[in-house]
Design a protein around this ligand. Structure first.
Ligand SMILES: NS(=O)(=O)c1ccc(NCc2ccco2)cc1
Ligand SMILES: [Zn+2]
Length: 262
């Protein structure tokens, strides 16, 4: 790259490196492709600390573009702490993203590799804010743990969720779902990548500290088929199915992905 003159350097530093003299906006959108060789090991990153109370599991809701497993989040009984976070974040729900075939479905990619599905465990900063909706308006408001699902044997813990899906087949339906230990769904190895990003569905707020686990959990092809039998229509409409609900990857811009291990 040709050397910059001092004037051009100053302009560049001030972000005036374009003709219309406005700094070009950087987007902090998610998901992204994680280029593992460019991720930077950060020894100051702490191990993740999951403190989930199975009694806070409440219900499963078909929200139209996916299903949410919701938790009681009126107090700090199930929280995620440490890791890249300051303080602890309160668990509010988890959900999945999947594709119309086993060839794609995850939102984040690893070195361009797509997984057939991705689990998102959603938490919000209950020390500073009073609800998820309020927290989602702030850059330090939300923390989402992403876990890849890879094709393999039937996952018995996933099965305990999937066996309820015929009770929430259509949009808006709910069913009780209690006494669930979410830590049973996590992989053994809790090493992670982390970066600042956004919600991957409307309203796409740039409020998320993303924490992507490096080890995947398994899901069988038959279990993925059950996800695709959920309907995005309500019970009195002609049925159409949630065949896929994953967002394409977004530009990384100047963001750096950090890794908890070298
Ligand atoms: N896929 S995800 O984990 O990034 C995610 C998580 C949560 C919401 N919530 C959507 C919402 C409602 C009010 C404000 O925001 C949307 C997307
Ligand atoms: Zn999600």
């Amino acid at each position: 790259m040709k050397p910059r003159s001092s004037a051009a350097l100053i302009q560049h530093k001030m972000g005036l490196h374009n003709s219309h003299h406005k700094p070009c906006p950087t987007h902090l959108q998610s998901p992204i492709n994680i280029h593992t060789r460019t991720a930077k090991y950060d020894p100051s990153l702490k191990p993740l600390k999951f403190s989930y109370d199975p009694k806070t599991a409440k219900r499963i809701v078909n929200v139209g573009h996916c299903f949410n497993v919701e938790f009681e989040d009126t107090c700090d009984r199930s929280v995620l702490g440490e890791g890249p976070l300051t303080g602890y974040y309160r668990l509010c729900q988890f959900h999945f993203h999947w594709g119309s075939s086993d060839k794609d479905g995850s939102e984040h990619n690893i070195d361009g590799k797509l997984y057939p599905a991705e689990l998102h465990i959603v938490h919000w900063n209950s020390k500073k804010y009073t609800s998820f909706e309020e927290a989602a308006q702030h850059s330090d408001g939300v923390a989402v743990v992403g876990v890849f699902l890879k094709l393999g044997d039937t996952n018995p813990v996933l099965e305990s969720i999937i066996q309820n899906l015929d009770r929430v087949k259509t949009k808006g339906k709910t069913c009780p779902f209690t006494e669930f230990d979410l830590t049973d769904l996590l992989p053994k190895d809790l090493n992670y990548w982390t970066y600042m990003g956004s919600l991957t569905t409307k309203p796409y707020f740039e409020c998320v500290t993303w924490i992507i686990l490096q080890e995947a959990i398994t899901v069988s092809s038959e279990q993925l088929e059950q996800f695709r039998r959920l309907q995005c229509t309500s019970e009195n409409e002609n049925p159409s199915f949630i065949l896929e609900n994953h967002r394409p990857v977004q530009p990384l811009d100047h963001r750096v992905v950090r890794s908890s291990c070298p």
